[in-house]
Write a protein that binds this ligand. Structure first.
Ligand SMILES: [Zn+2]
Length: 372
């Protein structure tokens, strides 16, 4: 189960914290308060290590947020939707709704992240020298943030997909070859190379007694390894989906039911018999809406005999629809945005058929089995 909390909203983007982030926040504060600051500033009182440690932790994660916000703002400028930014155990991730459509856009969107980290590093280095004569603790915080943001920028610029540097590399190859799939394959391979390197370094650090750092670096490597593979599959899938249209995927003969039918009868005589998930609700030739499995599930079982289809259906006017020549990516985007399993295909105000998530998955499975 995934648990996360929304802590705020910046420029229309939800900022969320994943439960796993609390672990890293605690660990990071602990390392700062019990190792890093005591070794550099042995004369501080004990409470100060923890106060400064916690503040450093908060500001570090604010820097990570700044990095992700930079990606997001460029994405928004380019017309993409950014749903949320989530801080989790390995840093931050911005959920950008679509892959960029042009190499130059991808290049800029990826590059702006490390650039922001470097900019924060520069500001912190200036702050560190300005604050030194004024306040030792604040100067120490600024000094650490300078170092960590520099490291963050460099790490993210490593040219392996899906790190920012890997996206930059992909954009460059994409620009020169015109082939997004090949560019992603190469950038992912480099990314997997770095991932194995991280796992190897982490492993050998563990043997040299650097347990926490070793585990940490191995975890980053493992995460990158998975992400690099997934990123490539996503591109392959998007390409596959861009070749199929709603009219190829849709089911044309959709059974229709009257709106005064009870839910109980709908389940017994239609859903279980036809094994369909969605039905058109129509009286005579007049289409009123669509009723699907999700609508049924909202009604408690003991009320099934008394509740009518018309009371739970989605009205025709409120339905998310696609047109017959929308491609698979558009359909998945609509399904995802509305969080439904099927969407009607509408042409000139008339429902032509229904596309289900399962139709798309079946097609992908068939193609995978055939190796095409
Ligand atoms: Zn980034």
């Amino acid at each position: 189960m995934k648990v996360s909390w929304r802590i705020g909203r910046i420029l229309g983007i939800d900022i969320c914290i994943d439960a796993s982030w609390l672990v890293i926040f605690g660990l990071f504060t602990w390392i700062m308060a019990s190792h890093y600051f005591p070794s550099g500033y042995p004369q501080w009182p004990k409470w100060q290590y923890w106060a400064v440690g916690a503040l450093t932790s908060i500001l570090f994660f604010a820097s990570v947020l700044g990095h992700e916000l930079a990606h997001s703002l460029v994405a928004v400028r380019q017309g993409e939707k950014v749903r949320r930014i989530t801080l989790f155990i390995l840093g931050g991730v911005a959920q950008i709704s679509d892959e960029p459509k042009e190499a130059s856009k991808e290049f800029f969107m990826a590059f702006v992240g490390p650039l922001t980290s470097f900019a924060i590093a520069v500001v912190c280095s200036v702050l560190a020298s300005v604050l030194r004569p004024v306040s030792e603790p604040f100067a120490a915080i600024a000094r650490y943030l300078w170092f960590i943001n520099l490291l963050l920028g460099i790490f993210n610029l490593l040219p392996g997909f899906p790190m920012d540097g890997g996206r930059v590399l992909r954009a460059i190859i994409w620009k020169f070859t015109g082939n997004l799939k090949r560019a992603t394959r190469i950038a992912s391979a480099v990314g997997q190379g770095f991932a194995f390197l991280f796992i190897f370094i982490g492993f050998s650090m563990m043997f040299r007694g650097l347990l926490i750092n070793g585990i940490w670096i191995m975890m980053i490597g493992w995460f990158l390894l998975r992400a690099a593979g997934q990123g490539y599959h996503q591109v392959v899938m998007r390409e596959m989906l861009s070749n199929v249209m709603a009219e190829d995927l849709m089911e044309r003969d959709i059974p229709s039911v009257p709106s005064n039918l009870s839910i109980q009868k709908l389940v017994d005589e239609y859903i279980l018999k036809h094994r369909d998930r969605a039905f058109i609700v129509a009286d005579g030739g007049n289409i009123e809406g669509i009723v699907c499995l999700e609508d049924v599930k909202k009604v408690p079982k003991d009320e099934w005999p008394s509740v009518r289809v018309g009371e739970v259906m989605t009205l025709k006017e409120e339905l998310a629809t696609v047109s017959p020549n929308d491609d698979g990516n558009k359909i998945l985007a609509v399904l995802g945005a509305k969080n439904v399993h099927q969407v009607p295909v509408v042409k000139e105000g008339k429902i032509q058929g229904i596309v289900c998530r399962t139709h798309i998955l079946q097609l992908l499975q068939l193609r995978a089995d055939l190796g095409i």
